[in-house]
Design a protein around this ligand. Structure first.
Ligand code: C2E
Ligand code: MG
Ligand code: MG
Ligand code: MG
Length: 284
């Protein structure tokens, strides 16, 4: 009864806003508890050498197995985790657990596998980053040179100089850096010149359309060629068809990742994949 409280007391939030906020607060509380209750799990998606079909690494992708058994995708909760800074403890957990798992695979003889871990901009810019990475490597015994941190170019929007310094500090530790979702953000070529990175990941939209759309194909070709000229390795994300793969192999793209080869897998399944001598496929 807003009227009874005087004419200046209007309803500030619409019902829809209120229920969205309620949903967000609920989700935030659940997210906090999820960390304590160990409801997060890590999946690993193979990264494959395009020329040979050999698995050369895996990208770590977090999932949230909620108490009702449903799996919640990171696209849904990572943005909220960023907003609430919960990404810091969550990201720490991811880094430690992924390094521990990858160390097991190295110990089992798969020492060529590199481990990719995504970092959100907040994690990347946070003062504790170097200590967090160092601790994860120390406590797991995983080698720095086999760790690749994936960062999107949006990090540079905040502070390009700090971004470069931070990348350099990580490189000095021996860690590799990949620029994720390349081509979808600000993509300034100035950054590409200045960033001390090791590889580019071509974003899925380009790959998706490259077989049917000559413009996408031209862009993929240009990105591969530019990357190689800059002595960067290139990986194509979201490869789903044999036509895309054939096209990427022709363009000399170094690595591929996508459903065509494999979806992200639970650690046990990834383990079976690399131990059943299924670690190379016939790419035709
Ligand atoms: P991303 O780093 O670009 O990861 C690639 C996404 O594409 C993953 O979605 C993967 O499952 C999906 N994908 C891989 N191959 C294909 C394909 O062939 N077709 C299609 N349609 N999709 C494919 P996912 O696992 O839902 O992750 C979404 C995003 O959430 C990631 O994008 C990354 O930005 C973020 N994320 C995931 N795990 C973490 C994490 O541990 N920490 C942080 N900070 N972010 C994470
Ligand atoms: Mg990624
Ligand atoms: Mg990506
Ligand atoms: Mg992404």
């Amino acid at each position: 009864h807003a009227k009874e409280n005087g004419k200046n007391n209007y309803q500030f939030f619409s019902d829809e806003m209120q229920s969205t906020m309620f949903h967000k607060i609920q989700l935030e509380n659940d997210l906090r508890e999820a960390l304590d209750n160990e409801e997060f799990i890590l999946h690993y998606q193979p990264q494959v050498e395009a020329a040979t079909g050999k698995i050369v690494g895996m990208e770590t992708l977090i999932r949230w197995r909620a108490r009702d058994g449903s799996i919640i995708s990171p696209a849904e909760f990572i943005p909220l985790a960023e907003d609430t800074r919960l990404i810091l403890p969550i990201g720490n957990w991811v880094l430690h657990n992924a390094c521990r798992q990858a160390k097991k695979w190295h110990d089992a003889g798969h020492t060529h596998l590199k481990l990719a871990v995504n970092l959100s901009p907040l994690q990347f810019m946070h003062d504790d980053l170097m200590d967090t990475v160092d601790e994860a490597l120390e406590s797991s015994g995983f080698s720095a040179s086999s760790l690749e941190l994936e960062i999107t170019e949006s990090v540079a929007v905040y502070d390009a100089e700090k971004t470069i310094a931070r990348m350099q500090a990580l490189r000095n530790m021996g860690v590799r850096i990949a620029l994720d979702d390349f081509g979808t953000g600000y993509s300034s070529l100035v950054y590409l010149k200045k960033f001390p990175i090791n590889s580019l990941k071509i974003a899925r939209p380009f790959i998706q359309d490259m077989v049917d759309n000559p413009k996408d194909k031209a862009l993929v070709e240009a990105i591969v060629s530019m990357a190689h000229s800059l002595e960067l390795s290139v990986i194509a994300e979201g490869v789903e068809t044999s036509d895309q793969l054939a096209s990427l192999r022709k363009l000399k793209c170094d690595e591929i990742q996508g459903y065509f080869f494999s979806k992200p897998l639970a650690a046990e399944t990834f383990d079976r994949l690399i131990n059943n001598k299924m670690d190379s496929i016939n790419l035709r």
